[in-house]
Write a protein that binds this ligand. Structure first.
Ligand code: SF4
Ligand code: MSK
Length: 656
């Protein structure tokens, strides 16, 4: 196989690329095999420095205009746009794109729900009627003495407004703590409907429209809130209603979940519809028989990225790795079909899959890739697609012609801590409540709560920032909630088991041991960040921790982010009142008015604020300092020192 790279620069040391041993083994094999993967492309493709500072604009053909980040106010664009206008527009467009991705995903889920409720789709059913009734009640739909079908129809009509409404407030605003909602109303950032907010955002950032960075940022917040409290939240709630609300389940994670003697099928992407149908197909007796006739011991279904995270928390399906491992896993040559739907699907997988004879199969009309096979999933008959993929995988198994090398790493963890389960876990089935969590925060056993979420990025050492950050947070009694690819990093590091509470500080450890929970709670995929918003709202409602989300001793981080979706998530957390720190890079120029607005000004308006550092230890310091600041304002501060993770701790965690 001939290696074709973008550049002939020296190969970086594998130790600098990842802390994931399985991925490292596959990078080494790819190099031996002469196959280029994402880490090679990242090394060869130097980021554009002007773009990295967001100092360029190509919104019209008078440009593109490039400003100088070292002298940000020295030049303006041909139309006169200043650096603040250009950066705010670029940032807002990232938020619009990320929000559009989550809301389109959520709208797809709602389309499916409508067809199920109307009896037009029979292959999917309502699995969690209790959740359906709870969601309906939470937005004011009458449920008493009404049939499930009647409530479901009303729920559909109501949730449709999340997307299509042109005036008013989206339905899940009823879940927002009153004081937070008042702040949003005062600022004019309560979302009306996701389609309207995204459309207006794109309009206002075009040449010659909104040219005040503060005004652009207000609409950016409104757009992001239509994602977090709208599109994403609908997606999570509908997925729970159709496929079941997660509760803790033991899961195996890492590339060692692939099996040499079985037909290996990976599902990667975001929408659970494909995966749920695939679960049916791999259990189909005729297909199992076909696999056995081909010489396989069975069919091994495995997830990756957020599709994987979603079914991992819901059904305990094994997970092979996060975003930065999706090309490396193909290098095992053990994957008999890589099936994808939407989002975070690297086009580079086409070439890598071809090198190892693995069919790369797209399944969604919104995502086709040149060179990939396409077998479209239609929700009216999903098994037609997933059965066909299983047949193709069996054929590939029969004709395997590449030497197989599967890394041995398999890590055990417990995942599936939905908002509902945390309620039950802490309060018991008869008095489900967040009161014990609040009490433990007030008495100082738990210092605060951190949401650590988001992608991995081949530009930085895979998993390193996630894991180092979380180790330091739990050591300092900060309970960590996780979603997306970050959750997989911590699962591989062995910190998602109840036994990992030994690495927590004494207060958090005591709580974890009493309840039997890990110090790091996995909640699901990136759209499931909405579970964190609901949990935070419940903390406010339960009492003792202030009147609004901005009062809570909480912080968020996306330490290795790469996607525009992460920026949308960051902005909806910030607008909700949360201090949110990004690693890798921050896509704007320092020492500008727009930077000051994001990093200080929004907090002064009663919202949260942004932070940035690529260093995990500094990130932990910033988040803990913020949590302590909030504790002090709440009058629950007890003098406590930040504890650093020392070498002995590191060795103990690595040995676990
Ligand atoms: Fe240049 Fe203004 Fe056109 Fe942007 S909108 S490319 S800054 S002229
Ligand atoms: S998949 S958006 S790399 S978390 Fe949701 Fe992972 Fe980030 Fe994609």
């Amino acid at each position: 196989m001939e290696k074709k790279t973008n550049d002939s620069t020296k190969e970086p040391a594998i130790n600098d690329l990842t802390t994931c041993d399985a991925t490292a083994q596959m990078i080494a094999k790819a190099r031996r095999d002469g196959v280029e993967i994402d880490f090679d492309r990242a090394a060869a493709m130097k980021p554009c420095p002007i773009g990295a500072d967001s100092a360029c604009c190509k919104h019209c053909s008078m440009g593109p205009c490039r400003l100088n980040a070292k002298d940000p106010y020295g030049k303006v664009g041909v139309c006169g746009a200043t650096i603040d206008t250009i950066m705010a527009r670029n940032f807002a467009r990232m938020i619009a794109a990320g929000s559009a991705a989550h809301t389109d995903h959520g709208m797809g889920m709602l389309d499916l729900f409508r067809e199920v409720v109307n009896g037009n789709i029979l292959d999917y059913k309502i699995k969690d009627p209790v959740k359906l009734m709870e969601v309906a009640r939470s937005i004011g739909i009458e449920t008493e003495d009404r049939s499930l079908e009647a409530v479901a129809k009303d729920l559909y009509q109501e949730l449709e407004r999340t997307y299509t409404q042109v005036e008013g407030e989206i339905p899940f605003m009823k879940r927002v703590p009153e004081k937070t909602l008042q702040t949003w109303r005062k600022l004019g950032i309560v979302p009306r409907g996701a389609m309207r907010e995204v459309m207006e955002m794109i309009h206002r950032t075009a040449i010659g429209v909104d040219q005040h960075y503060e005004n652009i940022t207000r609409q950016a917040s409104r757009t992001a809130l239509s994602d977090g409290w709208g599109g994403s939240m609908v997606s999570t709630e509908i997925a729970d209603i159709l496929y079941g609300t997660p509760s803790p389940v033991a899961v195996e994670v890492n590339m060692g979940v692939l099996k040499e003697d079985q037909v290996n099928i990976i599902v990667h992407g975001h929408e659970p519809n494909l995966f749920e149908s695939m679960i049916e197909s791999v259990n189909e007796p005729t297909l199992l028989e076909a696999a056995r006739n081909a010489g396989a011991k069975g069919i091994n279904l495995v997830g990756m990225c957020c599709s994987g995270a979603e079914v991992m928390v819901r059904h305990g399906i094994p997970h092979a790795g996060n975003f930065s491992s999706t090309e490396a896993v193909l290098v095992t040559a053990a994957v008999d079909a890589m099936t994808v739907d939407i989002q975070c699907i690297k086009q580079g997988m086409v070439k890598v899959a071809a090198c190892y004879g693995t069919p790369l199969i797209t399944t969604n009309r919104r995502c086709r890739i040149e060179g990939a096979e396409h077998v479209e999933l239609h929700e009216h008959n999903p098994k037609e697609c997933t059965d066909e993929i299983v047949i193709r995988a069996i054929t590939r198994f029969k004709n395997r012609s590449h030497p197989i090398e599967i890394p041995k790493q398999v890590n055990q963890g417990v995942h599936g801590f939905s908002y509902e389960y945390i309620n039950y876990m802490l309060g018991g089935s008869f008095r489900g409540s967040y009161a014990p969590l609040n009490e433990n925060i007030i008495n100082g056993r738990i210092r605060g709560v951190a949401g650590v979420v988001g992608c991995t990025n081949p530009r930085i050492k895979q998993d390193y920032v996630h894991v180092e950050l979380v180790k330091e947070l739990i050591k300092n009694d900060v309970l960590v909630l996780q979603t997306g690819c970050s959750q997989i990093a911590l699962a591989k590091a062995g910190l998602t088991t109840p036994e990992a509470s030994v690495f927590a500080g004494p207060g958090l450890r005591e709580v974890c041991e009493a309840v039997g929970m890990p110090p790091v709670l996995g909640l699901g995929s990136c759209v499931d960040n909405s579970r964190i918003l609901i949990a935070a709202s419940e903390m406010v409602r339960t009492g003792g921790l202030g009147d609004c989300l901005a009062d809570l001793p909480v912080a968020g981080a996306a330490p290795e982010w790469m996607s525009e979706k992460a920026v949308a998530i960051g902005q909806y957390f910030v607008a909700s009142g949360v201090f949110t720190v990004f690693g890798v890079t921050f896509p704007i120029t320092e020492n500008t008015k727009f930077h000051k607005l994001l990093f200080e000004g929004l907090e002064e308006q009663g919202l949260g604020k942004w932070g940035f550092t690529p260093d995990p230890h500094e990130m932990a310091r910033m988040m803990i300092a913020h949590i302590d600041k909030k504790r002090k304002l709440l009058g629950i501060d007890k003098a406590r020192e930040r504890t650093l993770v020392d070498m002995a701790d590191r060795r103990a965690i690595e040995a676990a």
